[in-house]
Design a protein around this ligand. Structure first.
Ligand code: 6R9
Length: 663
């Protein structure tokens, strides 16, 4: 049985059920399944009343909305809290200065070196954010302008994002693991006015220069007038006079004060853009707006993590991804919580770094990705057992389906068989968690994200739009608008409609496969489009293919995901070379380096199979279904299904023979 089949098989047969622990008296999440069901019912009977109440309870508005929801899902055009006014930084900072949390830790930052710890109280963070907002203003940045952010996990990353929201500028974070070319195309697409970056990234004991990538990108981004540079590595870098400024100099410059009145924003003003991979073409700039995004991030944080004032909460994501945006920064800070931010990696200096940090700060709530669990699982239980993990009370998972084996390990060895493990399904586009257990209410089934949160009308549909029967696989969809949903693809309304609302009219299509079991639990099966998920990082096959074919020796390339024990999926590339070019290991290495440079290390193909021909239909479309099977080692003839539309069926045999080198 191949890896993929055994994974699906084990999920289909998963019958274990774990009762949730008794709800603490002060829980801010549902106390019982009955309470969850009651909330869910209310949210479906009266969505507007339901969300109006949430927004009123959780958010401080400068002006209340005139209309809760104005939605046309066919067009599509969705507006939440229309006419309402608010400022995100006020909600995340100022109001906590007045409500008794002024001296509470907002961020606990653990640097890569053990001794590098910085704690920011709400007051301290407020001061830094206001100063930085004034720096941006001095650079001519105002409401609606775009600020690109290309930073490692340093506190300045949190500060700059909040500073943007203070003055109504739109931030667009580019994960620091992306290449110069990726940064460039994103900055060009959103026409950024300012870039904030660092001299280097500290990672696994190494200092990796970052500024040279920024320089390379900036050379072709005329819209960017200023570049602010955080000193992290202390390495020698180029500073371009007139364009580049050190962060520490800018923020302490004459005239920069901590007094920065917040810009009162419309609920539907764009708050942020985050680029994410799609099945075709270049990455899409997912647009989130102010009122809906913040309300949704804050509310889901309460429901799923039961965040309370005393908690130390740690989400291990990078702020370069949506998980870090919603669940390191905006959700927790809107609630006035204490959020841990970590610069390093799970395996360095030893594979117990995460557990050691949990012990050090007495973390209560821990949110990570299945890929992390799987890689740490391989290192054995001695590592977690070396540390006191008794402060933990809730565990979470995000980014890809968590296989029951990893779920059980997490539950038993980190949760000591007493803690709930909430598996949270959502996307960059959804702004926040959509399907997840409520920790003290929902009975858990390992490998299932369980049920939709209140307000989320999730279903599994067949191709023809009818609802799938229990346990029948189909398309996961969301049938009604929710406050955190994306409002567009930056600069491309057509693509917004086509990508998300065209399969089923008026219904949001996340492009994930799922089934719903007889108890109404969702079992997410992964992406249906040409997107692969490597260690929770989402990449379009088209992006990697276009990087490969940009190489002078490559004629054609097709990229698929192959099942991988730790990473979930790994990148498998089929490459046809130009005639006269000979395949070699050197060329393979060169192609890998090339992709790293074009996109970034996370996109590097693990396997490159040279192939004379690719399986194509007569109309010229590559049949990826076949390539996926080969990469998964499923190479019996019946595995391939119908191959009659292939222009040349013999290429399949050649490819299977060639794949034996890897599988
Ligand atoms: C938050 C985030 C989104 C895609 C999504 C799906 C996969 C995320 C999952 C999951 C199964 C889960 N995904 N969480 N699949 N179970 N709990 O990861 O956003 O980077 O946009 O990726 O990740 O395929 O469509 P993003």
């Amino acid at each position: 049985m191949s890896g993929e089949d055994s994974k699906i098989e084990s999920m289909m047969q998963e019958k274990r059920l774990f009762a949730p622990p008794p709800a603490p008296a002060d829980t801010v999440s549902a106390k019982s399944m009955a309470e969850y069901e009651e909330w869910y019912r209310q949210s479906m009977d009266d969505p507007e009343g339901f969300w109006a109440q949430r927004a009123e309870e959780l958010i401080q508005w400068d002006k209340k909305w005139d209309q809760v929801l104005e939605a046309d899902m066919v067009k599509p055009e969705v507006k939440w809290f229309k006419g309402g006014k608010l400022n995100v930084s006020v909600n995340c900072l100022d109001r906590h200065l007045a409500n008794g949390r002024r001296n509470k830790a907002a961020l606990i930052w653990q640097g890569e070196p053990e001794e590098d710890v910085r704690v920011y109280t709400y007051q301290m963070l407020h001061t830094e954010v206001c100063r930085m907002a004034n720096v941006l203003k001095k650079m001519g940045v105002g409401k609606g302008d775009r600020v690109a952010v290309y930073l490692p996990m340093v506190p300045e990353l949190a500060i700059i994002l909040l500073a943007c929201t203070r003055i109504g500028a739109i931030h667009s974070v580019v994960f620091a693991g992306f290449s110069a070319a990726s940064l460039k195309s994103r900055m060009q697409d959103c026409e950024a006015k300012v870039l904030v970056t660092a001299d280097a990234v500290l990672r696994a004991g190494k200092t990796i220069p970052l500024k040279p990538n920024a320089d390379e990108a900036l050379a072709e981004c005329p819209s960017v007038q200023n570049c602010v540079v955080v000193k992290r590595g202390g390495n020698e870098i180029n500073m371009q006079q007139g364009r580049d400024t050190w962060w520490h100099e800018a923020i302490t410059a004459d005239g920069i004060t901590a007094d920065c009145p917040p810009e009162s924003m419309d609920a539907e003003d764009t708050m942020l853009i985050l680029y994410t991979s799609g099945s075709t073409g270049k990455p899409k700039g997912v647009v989130h707006t102010t009122g809906g995004y913040l309300t949704y991030a804050a509310q889901t944080c309460r429901w799923v993590f039961d965040l309370k004032d005393d908690d130390v909460y740690w989400c291990t994501a990078d702020i370069g991804w949506i998980t870090g945006h919603s669940y390191i920064l905006y959700g927790p800070l809107a609630l006035g919580a204490t959020s841990v931010m970590f610069e390093g990696v799970p395996s360095w200096p030893k594979p117990d770094r995460f557990w050691q940090i949990c012990d050090k700060f007495k973390v209560n709530i821990f949110y990570t990705a299945p890929t992390v669990i799987r890689s740490l699982m391989r290192e054995g239980t001695d590592w977690p057992n070396k540390h006191d993990l008794s402060s933990l009370r809730l565990l979470g998972s995000v980014g890809e389906p968590i296989n029951p084996e990893a779920w059980m390990w997490y539950h038993e060895h980190i949760g000591k068989s007493r803690l709930p493990v909430v598996d949270t399904w959502w996307q960059t586009e959804t702004g926040g968690i959509m399907i997840s257990a409520m920790p003290y209410a929902t009975p858990l089934k390992p490998g299932s994200a369980t049920k939709p949160l209140p307000g989320i009308d999730a279903a599994v549909l067949r191709e023809d739009g009818s609802e799938a029967a229990a346990n029948e696989g189909g398309h996961l969809v969301i049938r009604r608008p929710w406050p955190g949903m994306l409002r567009g693809v930056f600069g491309d309304p057509e693509r917004y409609k086509k990508t998300y609302f065209s399969r089923y009219e008026g219904i949001y299509d996340p492009e994930d496969g799922s089934r719903k079991d007889e108890d109404g639990y969702f079992w997410i099966m992964g992406r249906l489009d040409d997107v692969i998920n490597v260690s929770g990082h989402r990449m379009g096959t088209a992006e990697i293919e276009s990087a490969l074919v940009a190489h002078k020796d490559v004629a054609e390339a097709a990229v698929v995901g192959a099942p991988h024990e730790v990473k979930g999926q790994t990148i498998y590339a089929y490459v046809s070379l130009k005639s006269g070019v000979n395949p070699s290991d050197e060329l393979r290495a060169a192609l890998r380096t090339h992709v790293r440079k074009e996109i970034g290390p996370i996109a590097t193909p693990e396997f490159i199979q040279f192939a004379d021909g690719l399986p194509k239909t007569r109309s010229g479309k590559i049949m990826r279904r076949i390539l996926r099977k080969i990469a998964a080692g499923q190479t019996e003839e019946h595995d391939f299904g119908d191959t009659s539309t292939l222009a040349d069926p013999s290429v399949v045999d050649t490819l299977v023979a060639g794949s034996k080198e890897f599988i």
